[in-house]
Design a protein around this ligand. Structure first.
Ligand SMILES: [Zn+2]
Length: 313
């Protein structure tokens, strides 16, 4: 758990009970309190309805196909039981207590997305009095939405999801309507743009149906698509890459023997990347590399094949 907190309230004995209080209440203080009470009374019911209180409950639902793990976060008030994981299909709930912080609850939580380089993040600013505000962000291929979060001691709901029904990173609208991609800059167009255009339709995991939508084919776990390329990126001597699990793999031996690798390297890399597609990690069913007792094409350093170059996938 990587918890960063503002102020460190309630950690190390600086909780609200330990806050210093005025030694005595002055006559001026009493007068100020009376004015404040009169002001509150005059504001009437609408002000009372806006009171946000000192508690905020966050419900986070993960409707995507990826498990989430707790990433960098920061918040004020008392320590909260943030979830270490929110697995695919699960909902996590936690309650924040401002514990005397006059700002109410202010904070941010991010979650790592399994096998994605970017995170999803939510933040809240729920004052003791007044309307609460929230933000949420999700990387490409995912969406996050929000509801609720106002009223006294509010509950706010965040829902994280794929941006497509089949969770393959291709938006549903692209599958329904097609899309033209300019490979030079990756920009998407609904009509062909000058130059080379790639037309995207249903993708490997779904087919168009007769009402213009799409239906899952169930092909993804069975069919695998392999590309033999030179290098993944100029100056990157990686031998290949593949999602775990997945349908696609790339063998890239341009930095290996004779810029194509030996036959053993080609076979070993193909098997290694296909193994990732079939849900094998570098340690078999464990994502632990370099296990000395694990003799497998999945292990590093490669046991049976790639003998030159640098393997990083
Ligand atoms: Zn690998």
């Amino acid at each position: 758990m990587n918890t960063l907190r503002y102020h460190g309230a309630a950690v190390g004995g600086r909780g609200p009970a330990a806050r210093t209080r005025p030694a005595r209440i002055t006559a001026l203080g009493v007068a100020a309190l009376a004015v404040a009470l009169l002001t509150l009374a005059a504001a009437g019911a609408s002000a009372a309805a806006q009171r946000a209180g000192t508690l905020l409950t966050v419900r986070f639902t993960n409707n995507s196909d990826r498990d989430l793990t707790l990433g960098p976060n920061s918040y004020n008030g008392c320590p909260a039981a943030l979830p270490e994981r929110v697995n695919a299909g699960a909902t996590a709930t936690w309650t924040l207590d401002a514990c005397g912080d006059p700002r109410g609850n202010v904070g941010t939580v991010s979650f790592n997305i399994y096998r994605e380089p970017s995170r999803t993040q939510i933040s809240w600013d729920a004052p003791v009095v007044g309307d609460s505000s929230y933000t949420q962000t999700a990387p490409g291929g995912y969406v996050i939405s929000r509801s609720g979060g106002q009223g006294f001691n509010p509950t706010v709901d965040f829902t994280f999801d794929c941006n497509s029904t089949t969770c393959d990173g291709i938006p549903d609208s692209w599958k329904r309507n097609g899309i033209y991609i300019n490979p030079a800059d990756g920009s998407a167009h609904t009509a062909p743009a000058p130059g080379i255009n790639l037309h995207v339709d249903a993708g490997p995991n779904s087919v168009m149906n007769d009402v213009g939508g799409f239906t899952g084919t169930g092909r993804a776990p069975i069919f695998h698509y392999a590309i033999s390329a030179h290098n993944l990126q100029a100056g990157t001597p990686s031998s290949g890459i593949a999602p775990t699990p997945g349908s696609d793999l790339i063998v890239s031996l341009g930095s290996f023997a004779n810029q194509v690798g030996t036959v053993a390297e080609q076979a070993g890399t193909f098997l290694h990347e296909l193994g990732h597609n079939l849900n094998l990690e570098h340690g078999g069913d464990q994502n632990v590399n370099n296990k000395p007792q694990y003799y497998s094409v999945m292990n590093y350093p490669p046991r049976t094949a790639r003998s030159t170059g640098t393997a990083t996938a």
